[in-house]
Write a protein that binds this ligand. Structure first.
Ligand SMILES: Cc1cc2nc3c(=O)[nH]c(=O)nc-3n(C[C@H](O)[C@H](O)[C@H](O)COP(=O)(O)O)c2cc1C
Length: 181
């Protein structure tokens, strides 16, 4: 099964998890960034407000063609209980989606809120069938069994390519979450 892992990561946690999934599933990684980056303060003011309102950021890349893949994996941080504006932009940027299946994952400080249902509905509107949804709190990022469950859903029954070691905390990650500490 050909897999693409599309993700946004502001402070590094979702990126580490996406890389672990790629290492185990053998898929391609596609990192999405907002064309107008968020800073230390604007992520909480502009970013959280835009996420809460379901707004869509223009992204780099502006087009993500998934027609060559069977399985689309989407990874997002949780902002204000929602997907980030950049991952909303990534969903809008997808091309060749009809008939594809997807697995979703979200990383959060303590609760994913409405992130996964909102993302599922956005993908359904693009003709994508969501077959698995996972959220990881900070504590759960080190949970090897939970990671293995996500990897199993991404592989859809195909044999694993590598080990699924626990996710290490990214060294550059900044503790941005509201429940930090
Ligand atoms: C603007 C902003 C809003 C956030 N809102 C939530 C939230 O509503 N619930 C939660 O559990 N974590 C929240 N967090 C924490 C992030 O979801 C969490 O740290 C996530 O793993 C970060 O992923 P990243 O390192 O890939 O950017 C928020 C973080 C930021 C920056």
């Amino acid at each position: 099964m050909r897999t693409i892992i599309v993700y946004h990561s502001h402070s590094g946690r979702t990126r580490v998890l996406a890389e672990r999934v790629r290492d185990a599933s053998g898929g391609d990684l596609a990192e999405v960034r907002p064309q107008t980056p968020y800073g230390l303060i604007s992520v909480y003011s502009r970013g959280a407000r835009r996420a809460g309102n379901g707004e869509v950021d223009a992204t780099e890349p502006a087009v993500i063609d998934v027609s060559a893949y069977d399985r689309v994996v989407i990874g997002t941080p949780v902002w204000a209980g929602r997907p980030t504006p950049a991952i909303n932009g990534a969903v809008a940027a997808l091309q060749g989606t009809r008939g594809k299946s997807a697995v979703l994952f979200a990383t959060c400080a303590y609760s994913p809120g409405e992130t996964l249902p909102v993302l599922r509905a956005a993908l359904a509107a693009r003709g994508v069938d969501v077959v698995g949804e996972f959220s990881f709190t900070r504590k759960e990022l080190g949970d090897a069994a939970k990671l293995a469950t996500l990897v199993g859903a991404v592989r859809g029954g195909e044999p694993e390519q590598g080990s699924s070691a626990p996710v290490a905390e990214p060294s550059s990650a900044l503790d941005h979450g509201p429940a930090a500490g």
